[in-house]
Design a protein around this ligand. Structure first.
Ligand SMILES: C[S@@+](CC[C@H](N)C(=O)[O-])C[C@H]1O[C@@H](n2cnc3c(N)ncnc32)[C@H](O)[C@@H]1O
Length: 396
């Protein structure tokens, strides 16, 4: 065991030079080790280090966004990751050389490039992922757009007396972009931003965990006559979940319905499998499918504060029969004392854009009960540190 900080430094230095290659490290082991390193860092840091991080961390995303705009990452991708001098790079990107030098100096300080000589740059792995059109590149663009809202949060709360946002049409987002539209309406009028949003949503699907129909005893509990609607996937996007359900249970009797906003349904390119009907519909309008066996919403309600979530739930409740089941499949915020920073940050993000929140399991149950449902079983899952729950509810 290390007996002093200098022993610890030697041990860690030796460990660093003996690390296995990144692709040989298992995720669980990696996260465990990073957790310990994080604790070590907190224990060692004098206050000025986290203070510096709070004050300066936003420059990273802004300078990466500028580098995207200048075409720096695209230039390195085109030259297949070869080192480039400032002069060479300058001939391939937008902007003047003086600015380029400063941007490259910043990116090198952040381990995105390595400065190999005073004006020569070697791209490190991160430099190769931020190009225009790449998924991580879109993530930077998406959250850079959102920063305009984050920057207005203080002004929003100063003017409203620090009240928790409760209305999706009066969020910090509307103040920042000077609009009365809901974020989704605004997105549909801004196609480039909508595209990056779609890309980020698609990326996040890889961390979604198990499909609901692998968790729920479908064969046992969802049997209906062939002419009845078996399942309505509300806010089901372009139909990925309901298509997967159909593939998994091709012979299960009953009709399947996909619903989402018309501007989303209109973007479906391939015909959906036989047996699935797509309807462009807002869940705040009267529900067109009455008496289905099951209504399913996956990560739809978390985009809405209680006010609008209750309205949407009321439209479903209006058309359910005594044997109908409502499935709500959602992110859950941990009730633990130690909420991970990412979960707590995403909660603030939901607040700024939608006046919404990441709810705890208790808050979800309370919402469903307030909407007139009785919650039966709840299945919890931890997928890559993202907690989700499948709630089964019936009319109360
Ligand atoms: C986070 S996405 C989830 C999509 C899908 N359920 C999934 O899990 O991949 C939220 C979805 O709700 C849809 N949505 C938003 N407002 C809606 C409304 N008023 N009526 C129906 N769908 C809506 C969005 O278009 C989007 O497809």
């Amino acid at each position: 065991m290390a007996s002093s900080l200098s022993d610890l430094t030697s041990t860690l230095t030796a460990a660093l030079s003996n690390l296995p290659p990144p692709d040989k490290i298992q995720d669980a082991e990696r996260m465990q080790l990073l957790g310990v390193i994080g604790q070590l860092q907190v224990a060692l840091e004098p206050p000025q280090v986290p203070i510096g991080r709070f004050c300066f961390s936003h420059y990273g995303i802004v300078v990466i966004r500028i580098a995207q705009g200048m075409g720096i990452f695209d230039a390195f991708a085109e030259s297949q990751g070869k080192d480039m001098t400032l002069k060479e790079l300058s001939s391939k990107v937008k902007g003047d050389e003086k600015l380029l030098r400063r941007i490259m100096r910043f990116l090198s300080s952040q381990n995105i490039f390595k400065q190999t000589a005073s004006e020569s740059y070697k791209p490190l792995p991160l430099a190769m992922v931020f190009g225009n059109g790449s998924a991580p590149g879109d993530m930077i663009k998406h959250f850079h757009n959102n920063m305009q809202v984050t920057a207005k949060l203080f002004e929003y709360f100063e003017s409203n007396g620090y009240k928790n946002p409760e209305d999706a049409y009066d969020a910090p987002f509307q103040l920042a972009y000077n609009t009365k539209n809901h974020y989704f309406e605004w997105l549909s009028q801004n196609p480039t931003i909508q595209e990056t949003f779609n890309s980020v949503m698609t990326q996040s699907q890889q961390y979604r965990g198990a499909d609901w129909f692998e968790i729920y005893p479908v064969q046992e509990k969802l049997q209906v006559s062939p002419d009845r609607v078996l399942l309505v996937d509300i806010g089901g996007g372009v139909g990925h979940d309901i298509t997967a359900f159909k593939k998994r249970f091709p012979d299960l009797p009953g009709r399947l319905v996909l619903e989402d906003l018309p501007q989303v349904i209109d973007t479906i390119k391939e015909p959906l499998p036989e047996g699935i009907t797509a309807i462009g519909h807002s869940m705040f309008e009267p529900q067109p499918v009455s008496g289905a066996k099951a209504y399913y919403l996956r990560t739809v309600l978390h985009d809405f504060p209680d006010k609008q979530a209750l309205e949407a739930l009321a439209r479903i409740r209006d058309v359910m029969t005594d044997d109908s089941i409502l499935f709500v499949h959602e992110h859950t915020m941990s009730d633990d004392l130690d909420v991970p920073p990412m979960a707590a940050t995403l909660d603030i993000h939901m607040m700024e854009i939608f006046s919404s929140l990441e709810r705890t399991e208790k808050e979800w149950v309370a919402l469903l009960e307030k909407a007139g449902f009785k919650v039966g079983k709840v299945w919890n899952e931890d997928s890559f540190g993202q907690f989700t729950a499948l709630f089964e509810a019936t009319l109360s």
